[in-house]
Design a protein around this ligand. Structure first.
Ligand code: NAD
Ligand code: UGA
Length: 365
């Protein structure tokens, strides 16, 4: 069928010893960037995405178009569709899965808790069930989250730190994913690498994230809320630029060992790893807004309010020593530089007035 032909073509690497990667969540923010980067270096890439409407689906379609131009095919379907996934693995013998599909967002978990269970727990398990039965068994690299550190007060966060205080259901499902990964690694010999991303931002980003809707609201003259903690401290995030995260994802894929098969009987235990992928430099939300005001040449209407108990944590801060040691991960983009690139994309994508565009024109590139 035409579908199979497209999957086969898209999954075939174009370089010697190239990989064949299934990227779930390929129409998403991180997934679209990673798919393009893998394709660019000659790996075979097939996407999977259900194009749900958690945020503007037209943005997902625009990302899909971008991938299509680079001959990356996205299969439209759900993680929970076992027959579809089986067929996919049957048609294309993937060497790797970069699993980025999930119900993201911290605060939305209070509105739609079930969507987190469905995608982040049931969907992940379904994918692992299919992967364990596939031949060859792919190595799996998947997105966990900085939110697993929850209300931990150790600073910065290292991978060995406690993760027993999730502040949101989102965080709880990401933490559950790590436990589930351990089980599949132990019983079925699947090679699994979890990546704890820290508040990723950049061009083609997610409209539900603060930097994105702050930009929109500032440009439209609407007021924004800046959270401070209950003890009146500034809320801070280790904002990490998308290109740095993409390099980390590819580094994790490249250093993933093969799955060893059932019980690891053949070659000893399979690999199980977890890494922080952050920027190592937390920035208060107030400062993020200040940078945006400068780039947009517009004063924000700010309301500083005490953080509602909505699943947010007071701060995040990554120690990335482990990822640096194992695959040379080194974040290189500071928040001002990364936001400049985001704003440049934003005004172009939404066709904002040339006046604003001109004033916020970056000096480099
Ligand atoms: P995103 O929402 O842009 O991308 C996720 C994609 O997965 C979406 O396109 C969505 O349509 C798809 N999807 C969701 N549920 C699905 C399902 N059941 N079946 C098939 N497709 C499904 O989010 P993102 O920012 O690109 O995040 C990627 C991953 O990284 C997620 O696992 C997220 O939890 C994690 N993460 C993101 C950040 C961040 O700041 N962006 C930080 C930490 C962790
Ligand atoms: C982000 C992503 O949305 C999650 O999917 C991801 O898992 C998480 O990063 C992570 O690193 O694990 P978050 O850091 O909450 O979550 O990102 P935003 O929603 O963009 O919020 C950024 C900061 O702005 C937070 O400190 C938040 O408290 C603050 N904020 C948010 C405000 O001050 N005002 C608002 O109106 C909204």
């Amino acid at each position: 069928a035409a579908w199979e032909k497209q999957v086969r073509r898209s999954s075939t690497p174009r370089r010697p010893n190239g990989l064949s990667v299934l990227v779930t969540g390929a129409a998403g923010f991180v997934g679209s960037h990673c798919s393009l980067a893998l394709k660019k270096r000659g790996d075979g890439v097939v996407g999977l995405d259900n194009f749900n409407d958690y945020y503007d689906p037209s943005l997902k379609r625009a990302r899909q178009n971008l991938l299509k131009q680079q001959q990356v095919f996205i299969v439209e379907g759900d993680l929970n569709d076992a027959p579809l996934l089986s067929k996919l693995f049957y048609v294309a013998p993937f060497t790797h899965v970069l699993h980025l599909a999930a119900q993201a967002g911290v605060r939305y978990a209070m509105q739609n808790p079930q969507s987190y269970i469905r995608s982040n727990i049931a969907g992940f398990v379904n994918l692992l069930e299919i992967a364990k039965a596939a031949n060859p068994q792919p190595a799996i690299v998947w997105a966990s989250s900085s939110s697993v550190y929850g209300l931990n007060t150790e600073n910065p966060f290292s991978e060995i730190d406690r993760t027993d205080k999730p502040a949101s259901l989102y965080a709880a499902t990401k933490k559950a994913g790590e436990e589930i990964a351990h089980t599949y690694n132990h019983i079925y010999g699947l090679s699994l690498t979890g990546l704890r991303f820290f508040t990723v931002y950049g061009p083609w980003g997610r409209p539900d994230m603060a930097y994105f809707f702050f930009t929109k609201d500032i440009l439209q003259g609407k007021s924004i809320e800046i959270y401070k903690t209950h003890d009146q401290k500034e809320v801070a995030r280790d904002f990490t630029y998308i290109d740095d995260v993409v390099k980390g994802c590819l580094g994790a894929v490249d250093t993933a060992e093969k799955s060893t098969g059932s019980g690891g009987k053949k070659k000893g235990p399979a690999q199980l790893r977890v890494y922080n992928l952050g920027n190592t430099s937390p920035v208060p939300v107030g400062r993020l807004v200040w940078i945006l005001e400068g780039l947009l040449k517009t004063k924000a209407k700010k309301h500083v309010i005490t953080m509602p108990r909505n699943g947010d944590v007071p701060f995040t801060h990554a120690n990335v020593t482990l990822a640096h040691k194992d695959f040379g991960y080194k974040p290189t983009t500071d928040l001002a530089t990364g936001l400049r690139k985001f704003v440049k994309w934003y005004v172009g994508y939404y066709g904002i007035q040339p006046r604003t565009q001109k004033e916020s024109q970056p000096t480099e590139e």
